[in-house]
Design a protein around this ligand. Structure first.
Ligand SMILES: *Cc1c(COP(=O)(O)O)cnc(C)c1O
Length: 400
């Protein structure tokens, strides 16, 4: 076995032990069951119920967003967010090429066209310096709108995605958005509990989407949420996701073509139990990440992907990166770790590799391709983090 591969296995096992380890499994050890039971015993299981409101209030409290609207999935939250900022059919929307397919799909569901942007190795998010150069060269601005010179279509929004929980460079993205007349819709699906400075991800742009799928840092089974500081947008988000029904005691009057994309009370109940533990989950995951980082300091040719300076990541998925000269070892690493029941996997196939997005407008995506060919996600869930001993700073843990 190549020493890079065996050293990687040793580094991972020195942190999490040699028991089998999955990538990210949910943990339900607090009030989840009690809250879900309450839905069943009271009959409030569906799209109306007190847990939905409570879940939204908790999310507002945690993120600082003025409005949080619970939805049926992260994808639906992203789709409605794009619609609400005014994305129209045949608009182009800038998205990172390295993302989960939902980012591109939400753009397509609006009838718009994803325009693929390269990523920076440091944040794994949009490379703003490269994007600025590209936009200057390939767009024209006419009466306050930015057009793609080659397709003549308007470019109307940018969707930064906080990859694996690591915040994208929002200050630069907001500057670019301002210069090129772009709405900013954050794909914060992976970054609940992640901050840039003191500000929670998903509160920088016009609107944002979070996901509560089973593999995310906290889960509702399936679900998502829209975050915004714009009360008017928030109210419209709620209206659109609840069939555009005008509230009334008994009348069913709907004032536009709405959607049924509301989170059921059952799911919100699970989510309330989970959100109560978010802070604890983030602390555990940050301790795990810290241990991995230390362990990988002594592994040649591999670096641990650390949070960008000035940020506090939730470390949703830990990632390691082979150096360029050793990219060819990726598949051997995946094979050897999975054989030892250490679940690892590569980053998503980039959007330009998928049949439906391969002919999208795109800039040079060489950094994305490079990172994608060298990156591996390693076990990261709360249940894995719970295996790592936590020593508090006071040094006053029980000695038996
Ligand atoms: C999980 C995820 C989504 C959407 O989530 P669903 O809840 O599964 O629809 C969107 N974008 C990114 C980057 C994600 O990781």
């Amino acid at each position: 076995m190549n020493p890079v591969v065996s050293n990687t296995i040793d580094a991972i096992q020195s942190v999490i032990g040699s028991e089998p380890a999955l990538l990210h499994t949910p943990v339900f050890e607090a009030n989840e069951l009690a809250y879900v039971s309450k839905c069943v015993t009271t009959g409030w299981v569906s799209s109306v119920g007190s847990f939905v409101t409570r879940f939204e209030e908790m999310l507002s409290g945690i993120t600082g967003a003025a409005k949080a609207i619970a939805c049926s999935s992260g994808t639906s939250a992203l789709f409605i967010s794009l619609k609400l900022v005014g994305i129209e059919p045949d608009d182009e929307v800038l998205i990172p090429a390295l993302t989960f397919v939902a980012t591109a799909n939400a753009v397509s569901h609006c009838g718009a066209i994803p325009h693929l942007v390269d990523v920076a190795e440091t944040t794994l998010g949009i490379d703003c310096t490269k994007l600025e150069r590209y936009l200057k060269a390939h767009t024209v601005i006419k009466s306050g709108r930015t057009y793609n010179k080659h397709t003549s279509r308007p470019i109307t929004a940018i969707v930064p995605m906080h990859c694996f929980g690591h915040p994208s460079a929002m200050a630069q993205i907001l500057e670019l958005a301002n210069e090129f007349n772009l709405k900013v819709v954050e794909d914060a699906a992976e970054s609940l509990g992640s901050y840039l400075g003191e500000q929670h991800t998903g509160t920088f742009g016009d609107i944002a989407a979070v996901s509560f799928n089973g593999n995310k840092i906290v889960t509702t089974g399936g679900g998502g949420a829209i975050l915004t500081n714009n009360i008017e947008l928030g109210n419209r988000a709620k209206h659109l996701t609840t069939t555009a029904k005008v509230p009334h005691q008994w009348n069913f009057f709907h004032d536009t073509v709405g959607y049924n994309l509301r989170m059921p009370n059952l799911n919100a109940a699970l989510g309330c139990g989970q959100l109560e533990q978010l802070k604890n989950f983030v602390d555990l995951k940050r301790t795990l990440a810290n241990q991995y980082q230390t362990a990988f300091e002594s592994v040649d040719h591999i670096s641990f992907v650390a949070e960008p300076p000035g940020s506090r990541s939730n470390y949703w998925l830990n990632a390691i990166l082979l150096d360029k000269a050793h990219a060819h070892l990726r598949d051997e690493l995946l094979q050897a770790t999975n054989e030892r029941q250490i679940m690892t996997r590569p980053a998503w196939e980039p959007m330009q590799s998928l049949p439906m997005y391969q002919s999208c407008p795109a800039m040079d995506l060489s950094q994305c391709d490079s990172v994608q060919s060298r990156l591996i996600n390693i076990p990261s869930g709360v249940s894995i983090a719970q295996r790592v001993p936590v020593f508090d700073n006071e040094g006053d843990e029980d000695i038996c």
